[in-house]
Design a protein around this ligand. Structure first.
Ligand code: ZN
Ligand code: MN
Length: 249
């Protein structure tokens, strides 16, 4: 990576309750595997994943009160990610991709990237570029129509639902116990948050929509659509030809 031509992919997850049917580290496993598959096609390297993330929020992750959920304060996450980007830059890395698997991390990632780039500029490194993405944003409308023939409940209530469960069935079937999944209507929330959280707002299972219609086939479809989309984005942003070789600048 010394010449700066090797993209570094950094997966970010969380330790978060994901229903009775899945383990706590779903948000770590999924972006790590997306990063691995993308890295193979763009000649990149995958950094060790961030296994803890920002506090689970009730309307998109069930809430930080759920059993087993262990989170970082925003400032801690910002500083850890800022430090890691700067350290990889010190080793020569110039092109980075943050592969996020936990929605609540989003703004803290942006802050960490902003601080890292600012401090690297102070050190005279102005040519560092960071692509920040969440893998689910690469699911196309066409795919959503196929996956949710009865209507799409929205990404916010996908926590522990069809998307994550299907991906886990495709990649880590032994970590899914579908018979323990609870079938319930998608959670609905008022258009505001309350702290301390009202635990009764979160379905007792901890999932925000039902994983009942999850399947390995749906997971494989999402894997291929999202990996293709992320590969294309990185080729465009990092100027990489389909052969994996760099285009001349
Ligand atoms: Zn999740
Ligand atoms: Mn999450």
């Amino acid at each position: 990576m010394k010449d700066g031509n090797t993209p570094i992919l950094i997966p970010l997850g969380s330790m978060e309750q994901h229903g009775h049917h899945m383990p706590l580290h779903v948000d770590v496993l999924l972006p790590t595997e997306f990063a691995r598959r993308v890295a193979e096609r763009v000649g990149g390297l995958v950094a060790p994943a961030f296994t803890y993330g920002y506090k689970s929020q009730q309307k998109c992750g069930g809430g930080n009160h759920m059993p087993g959920t262990v989170s970082l304060e925003g400032q801690t996450l910002v500083h850890q990610l800022r430090d890691v980007i700067k350290e990889f830059a010190r080793h020569g890395g110039r092109d980075f991709c943050i592969v996020n698997g936990h929605y609540e991390n989003s703004w803290f990632i942006n802050e960490a990237v902003d601080l890292a780039l600012r401090e690297l500029r102070w050190d005279g490194m102005a040519n560092v570029k960071v692509v920040v993405l969440s893998y689910w944003d690469f699911v196309t409308q066409e795919t959503i129509d196929k996956l949710y023939p009865d209507g799409f409940p929205g990404w916010a209530v996908e926590h522990g639902g069809v998307l994550e469960t299907s991906l886990m069935l495709a990649l880590y079937p032994r970590l899914v116990q579908l018979e323990r999944a609870v079938d319930h209507p998608a959670a609905t929330f008022p258009p505001y948050d309350v702290y301390p959280v009202k635990a009764e707002w979160t379905p007792a299972s901890g999932t925000l929509s039902s994983p009942k219609h999850a399947s390995r086939e749906k997971g494989e479809l999402m894997l291929s659509v999202c990996v293709d989309g992320i590969v294309q984005a990185l080729r465009d942003e990092f100027n990489i030809k389909a052969s994996g070789k760099r285009a001349a600048a």
